[in-house]
Every structure is written in C-alpha cells, then in structure tokens.
Write a protein that binds this ligand. Structure first.
Ligand SMILES: Nc1ncnc2c1ncn2[C@@H]1O[C@H](COP(=O)(O)OP(=O)(O)OP(=O)(O)O)[C@@H](O)[C@H]1O
Ligand SMILES: [Mg+2]
Length: 331
C-alpha cells in the first residue's frame, strides 16, 4: 500500500491522513489512515481510523468514550488493539489495525455458513468474549455488522460503542441491532456476561439458518425482553442446529453459566479441523469488493434508523456529503 487511500486522494484529519472508506456505521465512518507524527509517521502497519459522523455529535461521543474505555482493557487475538484515540476539532476518533477482509454481514448476504465454518467463527468470537469478560468488559452488540473476517478466515469482534466496563458501567441509551438485541437491555435488566453469550447464540443461529431465532420483525424488542425471562420460545426454533447444537442451546438459554465463553471456545475450537477456517477464507476472497456507497437509501438519507427485512442491520446515516468512498476498499 503506497498511501492511506491506496493511491486515492487523502483527507487531512489532525495528525492523520485519511484514505479509502472502509466502512460506515450508525455513528461513524471508518477510513484507511496513516499518521504523520511520531510514532506513526512512516509506520508500515495498515491503520483504520474510526471517527464520529459530525452531524451525529454530541450523541455519538458516548459511543467513542465507551469504545476507548473498553478497548483499553481488552487484549485478545480476536479483538483489534486500540492503537490511538483522541479528538480533532471536537470529533472523537479511535485508531485500530486495519482488518483486511469482509464483515460477516456482507458474507451472509451470499447464504448461510456450513456448520464447520460457523463453529470456527463462533470459537474465535467466544475466545474474544472470554478475554473481554476477564477484563471486566461486556460487549453488548454482537451482530453480523460488528464481526469482521480477515483473509485468513480469522474472526474479529469489533465495535465496542455499546460496551460497558468498570470505568463506564452505565449502559448507553441505544440498544443495538434489532434482530440481535441484548435481552437484558431490551428488558431493562442489569447486563451480565451471559447476555453477550445469548447474543452470540443468536448470531450463531443466524449463520446456520439464515434468520435470527428472535423471529421476523418488527417485534424484536418485545421478543428479546420476553426471552430475558423465558428462553423456551427462542431455543425451540433451533432443532437441527448441527453437531454443536447443545452448545448453541446453552448460549441461548436465559441464564448461560459463568465461564461459558471460555469453555465454548475450548470445546468448539478443539473440534475444528482447519477446513472451516479455510472455507471462511475462501468466502472472504470471493466476496465482492463492495463500497459502502451502497448504503444510502431514501430513508437513510433522511437520517432515520432503518432495518432490512431480516432485521440484521441498523443503519443510520444522514447527510452523507463528504463521505464519498475512495478507491481500494474491499468492504
Ligand atoms: N479495524 C477495522 N478494519 C477495517 N474495517 C473496519 C474496522 N473497524 C470497522 N470497520 C468497518 O467499518 C464498519 C463500521 O464500523 P463499526 O461497526 O465499528 O461502526 P459503528 O458506527 O460503531 O457501527 P454501528 O452502526 O454498529 O453503531 C464495519 O462494519 C466495518 O465494515
Ligand atoms: Mg457496528
């Protein structure tokens, strides 16, 4: 890579030069970046800078505080390391290693995953959650748009904008991605590590079956709230979940046992044979190099929160002026 934008024009953002648009979230844009001050000037590492969408400030600022506090604590082979954080002209940002790959949300548009692929992905994410929980961090927003799979087929847990940790114990007001809602948040109950496992269970089932066990929208909020008290409606939808079915059921149970993340990572991870990862890597290599410019639609342009028919995604965008994608992005 010769420049942050892969040869395209760069934007100046404080001590950073921003290139290709890598992704667009509900509160932020993520661009390939390079630093012009020590220690980043001339650094070989590919960087991704996530910054708040200015028209969503000050509301978006809390997500950056949450992300910075949580990522400062977590060390995991499946969570991008926080490299820098700050503010330029009142716009908060974080700098992370660029994950070269595709979002799970994008990968799932081509179909469901084979059980071995899904198990590989889930073992990685369970490992990420075990590290988060050991560090006192609850993620709170496990959804396909917040999982990246790199070109080697390794999964990364990203987007800690709804995370809580001892420094920031209060759950942010927004609740997350409709079909993957944290049941505790939906029911206004205190959040626990078990809720992250429940969301992982939703995501796992989605990768295998093509839909969230919370069912079709738009009543996800009410269903997630009911699930916080009684899981039978959610788990009943899950017959035929493959060889790891009992582990999936355990994740989705209304009260997954403490330590489930590490035992799940160990058990499901031990059963994988490399084929699932290779298959994931092939899927990433075959995924189209779509640019996030596909995102704006009429409703999004009006700055509304919208969901797609399967309820997988919440996209919030407003005036997208200035966010035109540059060349070189896979996503
Ligand atoms: N480290 C990274 N490397 C490459 N691309 C990234 C990285 N982090 C995020 N992205 C891309 O940017 C997109 C948005 O990132 P993220 O989910 O963190 O933003 P957000 O505004 O918090 O999202 P949300 O809509 O869930 O609130 C991701 O789906 C992904 O495509
Ligand atoms: Mg996100």
């Amino acid at each position: 890579m010769t420049a942050a934008g892969g040869g395209a024009a760069e934007l100046t953002f404080g001590p950073w030069r921003l290139g290709a648009l890598l992704g667009l979230g509900g509160f932020s844009e993520v661009r390939r970046a390079r630093g012009v001050e020590p220690p980043w000037a001339g650094a070989a590492q590919a960087l991704a800078l996530k910054r708040a969408l200015p028209f969503l400030l000050p509301a978006a600022a809390g997500a950056f505080e949450a992300e910075t506090a949580a990522l400062s604590r977590v060390q995991s082979a499946h969570v991008p390391r926080l490299l820098a954080a700050g503010e330029v002209a009142g716009v908060p940002y974080v700098v992370l290693p660029e994950i070269d790959g595709a979002s799970l949300r994008g990968l799932l548009t081509t179909g469901v995953l084979a059980p071995a692929e899904a198990a590989t992905l889930v073992a990685d994410l369970a490992g990420a959650l075990a590290s988060c929980h050991a560090a006192g961090v609850l993620h709170g927003d496990l959804a396909p748009g917040n999982v990246l799979v790199d070109t080697s087929g390794r999964a990364w847990l990203t987007d800690f904008g709804l995370a809580t940790c001892p420094e920031r114990p209060d759950r942010p007001a927004r609740t997350g991605t409709p079909a993957f809602l944290d049941p505790a948040a939906a029911a206004d109950l205190p959040r626990s590590a078990a809720n992250d496992l429940q969301q992982l269970g939703l995501l796992w089932a989605r990768t295998l079956t093509g839909r969230s066990p919370l069912g079709p929208g738009p009543d996800w909020h009410a269903r997630a709230a009911a699930w916080a008290l009684d899981a039978s409606g959610v788990t009943a939808a899950l017959t035929g979940a493959g060889p790891h079915g009992p582990w999936l059921q355990r994740c989705l149970a209304a009260d997954p046992p403490a330590g489930l993340a590490s035992s799940l990572a160990a058990a499901v991870g031990a059963a994988r044979d490399g084929a699932g990862r290779a298959q994931l890597a092939r899927r990433v290599a075959a995924s189209p190099k779509t640019l996030p410019s596909a995102l704006p639609s009429a409703a999004e342009d009006r700055g509304e929160r919208v969901t797609d028919p399967s309820g997988e995604t919440v996209t919030l965008s407003g005036d997208l002026h200035g966010l035109e994608p540059l060349e070189g992005s896979r996503r």
